[in-house]
Design a protein around this ligand. Structure first.
Ligand SMILES: NC(=O)c1ccc[n+]([C@@H]2O[C@H](COP(=O)([O-])OP(=O)(O)OC[C@H]3O[C@@H](n4cnc5c(N)ncnc54)[C@H](OP(=O)(O)O)[C@@H]3O)[C@@H](O)[C@H]2O)c1
Length: 322
């Protein structure tokens, strides 16, 4: 099979297309012919070795994991022994968590993993694009924020993969949504349901008159310290991006009757992600959640896909189509 592989950290060009042996599904595994895989912020961090902490997982001097890609969709091409939930020909979407390998024509995954059948009427790319962001946004909003109808939420970085899913899920939960993005993306986030849009180019949300029950910083551009003035009493500040300041912020917030938290939802158990995938897919089928796809690249242009994600300007998902 062909796969996108790299053997040292660096710019997008370190990823090239190579031939590798076809994987064979072990007992309890399925073999998926990948039709689309996301190139995510985690993939570009792993490729560049930046932040340095990621090398603790991938390899200190050189990457041990040569083929990246954790979120993918495709058709089951073969099944191992003892597989009962899936059959050859099923269209599936999957999130393989810390085990990369999906930027390839074929990938094996445990049937007990974060894997779900895509409803017939849902385009495979849509199922994939929504699940990439929603598998992160959903646990933040539902489990950490416990977002309830009528609450006011501010989403900073509303136009990326996690942000576009967060806007839609927050509306589904009945919240009033203020989305922060550049002017170029105002129309997009409004179309997804945002009640108000703040253009970060002309307005600093931490200086405005509004108060929020939840501030969800998706892109890590803010801090609790700067945001606490616009956080309501008892409100919660959430961030996806690891920053050592969060340890102190957590204590400060508690003293002020607020909450501040970093969550690493990508590291959740596969079984929990599967439950969420199965909850999300019918919402895609009935049109409640819509896919936002930034761009699509054939496998040969994998470096261009990485370069696009590196810009930090993508709108929704970047897809690689082997
Ligand atoms: N904690 C976890 O478990 C977890 C899981 C998944 C992802 N993450 C992290 O979450 C972050 C977001 O991921 P993502 O895939 O959604 O990112 P993304 O798609 O790359 O986000 C790009 C978007 O961010 C917007 N943006 C860039 N700078 C901004 C700023 N200063 N203020 C507001 N918006 C800004 C851009 O819009 P404009 O062009 O309009 O600026 C662009 O549309 C990443 O850092 C990722 O590593 C964490």
């Amino acid at each position: 099979m062909r796969a996108a592989s790299f053997d040292h950290y660096g710019a997008p060009e370190v990823v090239t297309v190579v031939d590798l042996p076809d994987p064979v599904p072990a007992a309890g595994e399925v073999l998926v012919r990948v039709e689309a895989a996301c190139v995510t912020s985690a993939d570009v961090a792993a490729r560049s070795g930046n932040p340095f902490a990621i090398r603790m997982v991938i390899g200190l001097a050189r990457p041990r994991q040569r083929v990246l890609g954790t979120e993918f969709a495709g058709t089951i091409a073969a099944i191992g022994t003892d597989v009962t939930r899936f059959a050859v020909g099923d269209r599936v979407v999957a999130a393989s968590g810390a085990s990369f390998g999906a930027h390839a024509e074929l990938v094996t995954v445990a049937e007990s993993g974060a894997l779900a059948k895509i409803p017939d009427d849902v385009p495979l790319a849509d199922a994939l694009a929504i699940s990439e962001g929603a598998l992160t946004a959903l646990p933040f909003l539902r489990d950490h924020a416990r977002l309830a109808a009528g609450q006011r939420i501010l989403i900073n970085g509303a136009s990326g993969s996690v942000g576009t899913a967060a806007v839609q899920l927050a509306k589904l939960f009945g919240a009033h949504v203020t989305a922060v993005c550049s002017a170029a993306n105002a129309e997009l986030v409004t179309s997804l349901g945002a009640d108000r849009v703040i253009d970060y180019g002309t307005e600093d949300f931490t200086r405005g008159p509004d108060r929020f029950d939840v501030i969800f910083d998706v892109v890590g551009g803010s801090t609790y310290g700067r945001s606490r003035r616009v956080l309501a009493a008892g409100g919660i500040y959430l961030t996806t991006v690891p920053d050592p300041r969060i340890v102190v912020d957590r204590m400060r917030a508690r003293m002020l009757g607020q909450h501040a938290r970093l969550a690493l939802t990508g590291l959740r158990k596969d079984a929990d992600k599967r439950v969420d995938l199965e909850w999300l897919l019918p919402l895609i089928a009935d049109g409640t959640l819509v896919a936002v796809i930034d761009s699509r690249y054939p496998l040969e242009r994998v470096a261009d896909a990485h370069a696009r994600v590196d810009t930090r300007r993508k709108r929704g998902a970047v897809l690689l189509e082997p």
